[in-house]
Design a protein. Structure first.
Length: 220
C-alpha cells in the first residue's frame, strides 16, 4: 500500500478550516479520510457538568493528542480506527464512536493540529486558514448559538476568557509551521482548486514512487 498523504488543516475558531477540510474531502471522495481534532477532547467523566463548563477548551492540554496520534499512525499503516465522537452539549466525549477507514489521503482538521510537533511530523502538507478576527467571531457566534444551543452571553464569555487569549498564545504562532497559508478557507474557491490540484499531483507521485519500489516502473 502507498503511504497516505497526510494533510493538516489548522486555523482559528471560525476561520473556515472545517469548510475547507470538508470541501477537500468531498473533492477526493472515496480516496480520503477526515478526522477532527474536536472529537479528541479529553474525557471528563470525573467532573460535574458545571465543572466541565469551566474547562479551557482552547488550550493544548484539553486534547487527547496521544489517542489522536495512535489513531493517525493506524490510518497511516492502512488500518481502520474507531474515532471518538464529542458531545458539545454535555462538554464531554460521548460513548459513540465513528469508524474511519484508511485512505490515500488523510485530512486532519483542528484549531491546534499544527501546535503539536508529534502531529506535524506525521503530516505531508500543513495548511493554515487565515481569516480576519471580526469574521471569525461572527461565524463562531452563529455556529454556537444556532448549532450548539449556546446563548450569546456564554459565547461572549468563553471568547474573551479563553478563545481569544489561547488563539494569540497557541493558534496564531502555529501558522509559522504551515506550508501554505489559505485566506478565508473553504470559501476561497481559487485556493481550493489550487490545493486540490496539488494534492492530486502529490498522491500520483507517491503512487509512482511506490510502484518503482515494487519494480513496476521508474518514477516520472
Amino acid at each position: 500500500m502507498t503511504t497516505p498523504l497526510v494533510v493538516g488543516i489548522a486555523g482559528g475558531s471560525g476561520s473556515g478550516k472545517t469548510v475547507l477540510a470538508r470541501a477537500l474531502a468531498t473533492r477526493f471522495a472515496g480516496e480520503s479520510a477526515l478526522i477532527f481534532h474536536d472529537n479528541y477532547y479529553c474525557r471528563q467523566d470525573h467532573l460535574t457538568y458545571e465543572e466541565r463548563c469551566l474547562t479551557n477548551y482552547d488550550a493544548p492540554e484539553a486534547f487527547d493528542n496521544d489517542l489522536l496520534i495512535e489513531h493517525l499512525d493506524a490510518l497511516i499503516r492502512g488500518e481502520s480506527i474507531e474515532s471518538p465522537v464529542y458531545d458539545f452539549a454535555n462538554h464531554n466525549r460521548s460513548d459513540a464512536t465513528e469508524t474511519v477507514n484508511s485512505a490515500p489521503i488523510i485530512f486532519v482538521e483542528g484549531v491546534l493540529v499544527l501546535a503539536d510537533e508529534r502531529l506535524r511530523e506525521r503530516m505531508t502538507l500543513k495548511l493554515f486558514v487565515d481569516t480576519d478576527a471580526d469574521e471569525r467571531i461572527l461565524r463562531r457566534i452563529k455556529r454556537d448559538v444556532l448549532e450548539r444551543g449556546r446563548t450569546i452571553e456564554s459565547v461572549e464569555t468563553q471568547y474573551l476568557a479563553t478563545v481569544k487569549p489561547m488563539h494569540e498564545r497557541y493558534v496564531a504562532p502555529s501558522k509559522h509551521w504551515a506550508d501554505v497559508i489559505v485566506p478565508e478557507g473553504g470559501r476561497n474557491h481559487g485556493a481550493l482548486e489550487t490545493l486540490a490540484g496539488g494534492i492530486a499531483a502529490s498522491v500520483a507521485r507517491l503512487a509512482r514512487e511506490a510502484g518503482a519500489l515494487r519494480g513496476e516502473g521508474t518514477p516520472q
